[in-house]
Write a protein that binds this ligand. Structure first.
Ligand SMILES: Nc1nc(=O)c2c([nH]1)NC[C@@H]1CN(c3ccc(C(=O)N[C@@H](CCC(=O)O)C(=O)O)cc3)C=[N+]21
Length: 290
């Protein structure tokens, strides 16, 4: 029987930290505001948007959903980001990825004002992750993994962490964040030879491939901590992770569930980044007294 590393206590702790800060902003006449920009209607985007709206509402953060058609021209997306950049009442922006394949994602990401980049999509934010700098925000999903590991006091220093997945949303930035905490990180991917063997040899395994229930018991060993970053929908439309939960739960020491795991922490981290962005805007005199 593995210990379930649920998101709930992490979410509650983050909320307790944010409440007085949101109150202080309200007294200064600022309502932290997050723009959510979506193209099309991918189920994982919708899942995030639903959870984000609920969480924002509970905390006293405003959400501005901006939904574009799946086939909207890139110019429409660029115009939406331009508007976000120039709206002093918007403090943060979450742009769902991946974008449709005809969109130049790298170009679009660079358009967002770095101070509103609460999900670490600009090069400025990513550079800070790689150089251990203090500017900007890391991608929320990567930050959520670290928050959860720290909350549950999972040792990282000197430990071997296998990160499976090399996206800019999770795998690459998370590897750097773990390295900074003195873990020895193996970054694995679809071309990795002996993936199961590498995973079995690790102290902590992070599954971030986006393939429903692809990680069976053969990838794991007793004593391990497993983070399941996957948000997938199976053929029946049920939300599931990258880990085959029923097969793996009897093997490992601790495991995050899906739903109720890292997704919920990711949402809260985005809210925390939005509040921090609002605080920075207030301190800079941006968006007040106009
Ligand atoms: N730039 C970018 N950054 C992302 O981090 C990103 C993205 N794009 N595109 C979409 C995926 C998906 N994603 C989710 C995060 C939280 C939940 C979440 O909170 N789910 C809840 C409830 C799910 C439900 O009931 O529908 C849970 O896991 O318990 C879901 C999905 C972040 N993603």
């Amino acid at each position: 029987m593995a210990t379930l590393l649920t998101g709930k206590p992490v979410v509650e702790r983050l909320a307790a930290d944010l409440a007085p800060r949101i109150d202080a902003l309200a007294r200064a006449g600022v309502e932290p505001t997050l723009a959510i920009v979506r193209m099309g209607a991918r189920p994982d985007d919708l899942s995030y948007e639903r959870t984000a709206c609920k969480r924002a509402d509970a905390l006293g953060i405003a959400v501005r959903p901006i939904a574009l058609d799946e086939f909207a021209p890139q110019e429409a997306l660029e115009a939406a980001l331009h508007e976000v950049n120039h709206d002093a009442d918007v403090h943060g922006c979450l742009l769902f990825r991946p974008l449709p394949s005809f969109v130049d994602e790298a170009r679009v990401c660079e358009l967002l004002a770095p101070e509103k980049d609460v999900d670490g999509i600009t090069l400025a934010s990513l550079a800070a992750v790689f150089t251990d700098g203090h500017r900007g925000f890391p991608p929320s999903t990567a930050a959520a993994c670290v928050e959860l590991l720290e909350h549950y006091e999972v040792p990282l220093a000197g430990k071997h962490v296998a990160v499976v997945g090399r996206s800019l949303v999770v795998g690459k930035p998370l590897s750097m964040m773990l390295l900074r905490r003195n873990a020895s990180v193996t970054v694995c991917h679809s071309r990795t030879e002996n993936l199961a063997g590498i995973c079995r040899s690790a102290d902590v395994v992070v599954c971030a491939t986006g393939r429903a229930r692809a990680f069976g018991a053969e990838y794991f060993a007793p004593g391990q901590t497993v983070l399941d970053v996957g948000i997938n929908f199976d053929a029946q439309g049920n939300l599931c992770g990258d880990v085959d939960f029923d097969a793996v739960e009897p093997v490992v020491a601790a495991l995050t569930p899906v739903p109720g795991g890292l997704g919920t922490v990711t949402t809260s981290v985005t809210m925390a980044h939005t509040v921090a962005a609002a605080e920075a805007a207030l301190a800079d005199g941006r968006g007040v007294g106009r």
